[in-house]
Design a protein around this ligand. Structure first.
Ligand SMILES: Nc1ncnc2c1ncn2[C@@H]1O[C@H](COP(=O)(O)OP(=O)(O)OP(=O)(O)O)[C@@H](O)[C@H]1O
Ligand SMILES: [Mg+2]
Length: 285
């Protein structure tokens, strides 16, 4: 029997995210010098190379890896913002290419470096604009802003112009925007990158309570092992676009940082096979 949640319309039995043999290649844009040599081959960057994993409903998965290992690319493909080059991605049982509109209604992607807000609008105006753009009514958005204000301590900033905010406050606004639609899956790239210690604790609490009270699944990347320790039941270590290890916490009080740190150290001294760039990737004709 197929169990369907009528409020979201998605299949409750299938995993929230199911990634099978996912690859993503970027074609590197030419530099000015290369554009003067039209015969030069376009170089290709293999950002993801055959990644497979599942995230079950209500679970939290952290993605850890070196700079440039493909974390943001992976999040963007799952958030339907980038097409995969090969392989498949299903989110809430739906296909990431065919059903991207339906998926977007039930998930949110919070980028590490938010640049899409309107600089001259206030925070409140921005939230209303993007909430309505995503299909919510203005009344619902205003109600959600009221609910989120005490949680994210937005009261001091709601009526300030976006361009006057500090980076940390911009990041909180970005998280608020991601929570407007009460997502079933929240995808957050480096959630605490610009936050002070107290705000970091607050964000950890909010993300954990979303998971426990609202059954929101969480997919998060971070370079802060503290985030991973507080937020994630599972951790995937990736390097050069490949999955190296998928850790699952055995018990709720087990620390996962030590194992990750150990594997990370080993990685720094090991080259993943097949990742040495060829001439085209080095930008040579
Ligand atoms: N738009 C793009 N065009 C070409 N190459 C790209 C593009 N975006 C990312 N890349 C390359 O793809 C690889 C993976 O990048 P990605 O941003 O996913 O890494 P990351 O793990 O999120 O890194 P970081 O920890 O620094 O945020 C990198 O080598 C990067 O240079
Ligand atoms: Mg990144």
């Amino acid at each position: 029997m197929l169990m369907v949640d009528n409020s979201s319309g998605h299949n409750l039995v299938q995993p929230v995210v199911e990634v099978v043999d996912l690859s993503k290649h970027y074609v590197q844009p030419r530099t000015i010098l290369q554009s003067l040599m039209p015969e030069a081959r376009l170089s290709k960057k293999e950002a993801l190379r055959g990644i497979s994993f599942k995230l079950e409903r209500g679970r939290s998965l952290g993605i850890v890896g070196k700079n440039g290992s493909g974390k943001t690319t992976l999040l963007k493909v799952i958030a339907t913002l980038l097409f995969p080059t090969a392989g498949s991605v299903r989110v809430l049982g739906l296909d990431s290419i065919r059903d991207q509109e339906a998926i977007r209604q039930h998930i949110s992607y919070v980028p590490a470096d938010e640049r899409s807000f309107f600089w001259r609008l206030s925070c409140r105006e921005n939230l209303v604009f993007f909430g309505v753009l995503s299909g919510l009514s203005a009344t619902v958005v205003r109600q959600r802003i009221k609910e989120l204000t005490p949680l994210l301590q937005l009261d001091q900033m709601l009526d300030l112009r976006f361009d006057t905010l500090s980076s940390g406050r911009k990041q909180l606004l970005s998280l608020a925007r991601g929570l407007l639609n009460k997502p079933r899956l929240l995808i957050v790239d480096e959630p605490t990158r610009s936050l002070d210690l107290e705000t970091t604790d607050n964000v950890h609490t909010i993300l954990k309570s979303l998971q426990s009270h609202d059954e929101c699944s969480l997919l998060v990347t971070s370079h802060q092992l503290d985030d991973i320790e507080h937020l994630c039941q599972e951790v995937m270590l990736i390097d050069a676009g490949q999955m190296i290890e998928h850790f699952r916490r055995q018990s709720s009080d087990e620390s996962i940082s030590v194992r990750i740190r150990e594997r990370f150290r080993q990685l720094v001294h090991t080259e993943v096979p097949g990742t040495r760039p060829g001439p085209a990737e080095r930008g040579q004709p």
